[in-house]
Design a protein around this ligand. Structure first.
Ligand SMILES: *Cc1c(COP(=O)(O)O)cnc(C)c1O
Length: 367
């Protein structure tokens, strides 16, 4: 049995009958740009998160850039975020004209926590961008209190965490603005690129709607210089259907995670993910850690089990940013980059596939 990391065709196949009439309707409506299905999806997305506004944009990366710029973080504003992250987060901060300030995360969870964040603040820090990495929410209550106390803007990157909750609240409903990605790999994925910004702030929402559309207000007035980064109406039709399935899919991911946690609990040499008791982990990725990663991955690959690495190079060591962070030490982020392995754990995986992965992992000869 071969076990892939993900199967887009299996996911779409299961939705096909529901999807076909929606696609037909979206295609035949004669409003391909900023059309009805985009507005309906934005309304559903905002309602799902319990926020006032959702603005669809071209990608999660652009959602981050627009969120940072939209809350008024000007040049030289420092945005604090975790050193263990998706590298595109750093690109987005630079592209927005701000500067990333990095703090090493908690060594057990791999997530930034309010204590470590506070210790890293400088007089130039204006915002904290929390990343709910792998689908596990950060301590949103702690970050909200910290930002209130220190006069900082709280921004959320929930690109990996659709459907996650902290103390019962959906992630994405706490920060001033939240970036979501609908890249096909995410828990809520389009068939191509897409993203959205969530916010309760009507002024920010209005700014975002003008900004994503070349700075145009109405048809002919260009208010300012801005990119063209709208969410496609056709992608929105797909996403609107998938959003209805999201909670069920997150439940399925949590079942798969529970199966792994039970089946692998006594495997020495493997560190398993843990869920904080205040969190509802969305398990975008099921990430284990081992100091023998390359041999472990080859063994699994030979047995037909595909794995991923999120991510092999820590963000501040990427060629694009290395000069900016030269001399800075991030021992926790570096250790995670050396040890992480993602096991197959998408909602479309079957129990037999997960059991096969468990069997192969248990057969690995640890050194
Ligand atoms: C995927 C992702 C992004 C970027 O999203 P794109 O839609 O691929 O541009 C940003 N942050 C995190 C944490 C992500 O996982």
């Amino acid at each position: 049995m071969k076990v892939p990391t993900k199967s887009h065709s299996r996911q779409l196949g299961a939705l096909w009958e529901e999807l076909q009439p929606l696609l037909e309707d979206a295609l035949l409506r004669d409003d391909p740009v900023l059309g009805d299905s985009l507005q309906a999806f934005e309304a559903a997305l905002a309602a799902y998160h319990g926020v006032e506004h959702a603005v669809g944009v071209g990608s999660g990366s652009d959602a981050l850039v627009l969120a940072i710029q939209g809350v008024g973080l000007g040049p030289n504003a420092e945005v604090l975020t975790s050193a263990h992250t998706f590298s595109g987060v750093l690109s987005a901060i630079f592209r927005a004209g701000a500067r990333p300030l990095l703090a090493d995360p908690d060594p057990d969870s791999g997530l930034l926590d309010p204590g470590r964040a506070e210790a890293a603040l400088t007089p130039a820090t204006r915002a904290i961008l929390v990343v709910h990495l792998y689908g596990h929410p950060v301590d949103l209550d702690g970050f909200r209190a910290l930002c209130a106390r220190r006069g900082l803007v709280l921004l959320e990157d929930a690109c990996q965490a659709h459907g996650a909750r902290w103390n019962g609240r959906p992630v994405g409903s706490v920060g001033r603005a939240t970036a979501l990605s609908f890249h096909p790999s995410k828990n809520l994925g389009a068939f191509g690129d897409g993203g959205a910004v969530l916010t309760d702030d009507p002024v920010l929402a209005d700014w975002l709607r003008v900004e994503r559309n070349m700075g145009k207000r109405g048809k002919y007035v260009f208010e300012r210089i801005a990119p063209n980064t709208k969410l496609d109406t056709l992608q929105a039709a797909i996403l609107r259907l998938k959003l209805r399935h999201l909670d069920g899919w997150v439940e399925r991911r949590r079942e798969i995670a529970a199966r792994y946690l039970d089946g692998l609990k006594d495997v020495e040499g493997l560190r398993l993910p843990r869920e904080d008791r205040r969190a509802r982990h969305a398990y975008h990725l099921f990430v284990v850690r081992t100091s023998e990663r390359e041999r472990f991955r080859s063994f699994l690959a030979e047995a037909g089990v595909a794995t991923g690495v999120h991510y092999p190079v820590s963000a501040p060591r990427q060629p694009a940013f290395a000069a900016h962070f030269r001399g800075a030490r991030f021992p926790v982020a570096d250790a995670w980059a050396d040890q992480v392995v993602s096991l197959p754990a998408s909602h479309e995986h079957r129990d037999a596939e997960i059991d096969r992965v468990i069997e192969v992992v248990r057969a690995f000869p640890w050194a």
